[in-house]
Design a protein around this ligand. Structure first.
Ligand SMILES: [Zn+2]
Length: 219
């Protein structure tokens, strides 16, 4: 069987298995989606949103791009965010980075990758912003530090988007989270504490930055 035929066969088996367990699963889902979570993650094939948080189809709305970047000029990410927050009324927005992120590594080590260089420009700016901190850690830990700083900065950007600020402004109950995933152990860790109002954004940013500094400097 060819590789692609195998995928189609896998799909038929998967759908049959779900139907066996829950006969009306697809019929119900086809009528509407009602996810409580919106996930912004990296494209990396090792970080599949649904599987690592144990959720079924219909339970998490997903946007992925290289190095989980949130930029208010990115129509794709911001449209997905607006759809999730304004229309689906998700309760939690999760920004999830991961250790060993190729996008972060490319930004840190300045390798040329054509178009991707433009995309990861925001991460190069993060390195510049935190160059004193970066200079105080060991070269072996720099990539991990940058993956965590990227989560902190992208989560901060997420909180400052018009979509999130307006949702909080009208009293909508939506929380923002910044997590990092370990490819080596399959575990998620919180990098930035949960935040659910604009007034707390600066404080949680400071808390996260202090924690990351303590973790990577002199350790
Ligand atoms: Zn990545």
């Amino acid at each position: 069987m060819g590789l692609i035929q195998e995928l189609l066969q896998n799909n038929r088996q998967w759908a049959a298995d779900i139907k066996k367990e829950t006969p009306d699963f697809f019929t119900k889902l086809s009528k509407q989606q009602n996810p409580l979570f919106f996930w912004i993650g990296c494209c990396d094939s090792r970080v599949p949103a649904n599987q690592i948080i144990g959720l079924l189809p219909g339970e998490v709305f997903v946007h992925r791009n290289i190095a989980n970047i949130v930029n208010s000029a990115d129509m794709n990410c911001i449209s997905a965010l607006q759809f999730a927050v304004d229309l689906l009324q998700v309760r939690h927005v999760i920004l999830c980075g991961h250790y060993g992120c190729g996008g972060v590594q490319a930004a840190v080590h300045g390798e040329g990758h054509g178009m991707i260089d433009y995309w990861i420009w925001d991460i190069k700016a993060i390195l510049t912003r935190h160059e004193l901190l970066a200079a105080q850690t060991t070269p072996e830990r720099l990539d991990d530090l940058m993956c965590e700083l990227n989560v902190i900065e992208q989560t901060y950007e997420l909180c400052r988007t018009k979509v999130i600020r307006e949702a909080w402004g009208r009293g909508q109950a939506v929380s923002v989270h910044g997590w990092i995933y370990g490819i080596q152990d399959g575990l998620l860790q919180e990098v930035i504490p949960e935040v659910s109002r604009l007034a707390d954004v600066g404080q949680v940013y400071d808390v996260a930055l202090t924690a990351v500094t303590q973790k990577y400097v002199g350790g």
